[in-house]
Design a protein around this ligand. Structure first.
Ligand SMILES: [Zn+2]
Ligand SMILES: [Zn+2]
Length: 150
């Protein structure tokens, strides 16, 4: 079981199911949307996710495709601006900004992606795999954990 919430607490959610390792994205869009050197995300199955409160507070900012589909989607709490998950029951996975998790999700960071866009002011070389221009779909951190059932 995993729970997370936004900065003001109006939006909160719960996951009952497997959780993927964390994948940290260094792309400029993730940096700007998080205000940080990179954005760590983990993934779950949409069917295992539910909002405890505040789903009606979730708004979405979208940007067009930059290199390859899909475009960029940044759901956020309309009260405090925190990044939050966006539930799309039809999607294969649901990505959650790892910093919004309350407590220990029980997983670790697996890899860094889009490291060709890393900032010059923070050295995050931690020995984990790095994918300079994005990660092949087959190597996404969630594959081993969530790419199982049908
Ligand atoms: Zn909030
Ligand atoms: Zn990114």
């Amino acid at each position: 079981m995993l729970e997370g919430s936004c900065l003001c607490g109006d939006v909160a959610w719960r996951v009952d199911g497997p959780v993927s390792p964390v994948e940290s994205c260094h792309c400029s869009r993730c940096r700007k949307s998080s205000g940080s050197a990179f954005l760590p995300m983990l993934a779950v199955k949409p069917r295992d996710f539910r909002f405890l409160r505040g789903e009606d507070r979730v708004q979405v900012f979208r940007l067009p495709v930059l290199r390859r589909p899909p475009g960029y989607t940044r759901p956020f709490c309309s009260r405090c601006g925190s990044p939050v998950p966006l539930l799309d029951p039809a999607a294969p996975i649901l990505e959650i900004p790892a910093g919004t998790i309350d407590g220990d999700p029980g997983v670790e960071t697996k890899q860094h992606i889009f490291t060709d866009q890393s900032v010059p002011w923070h050295d995050c070389r931690d020995g984990l795999p790095r994918y300079p221009v994005g990660v092949p779909e087959a190597e996404r951190a969630w594959r081993a954990v969530l790419d199982d059932d049908a």
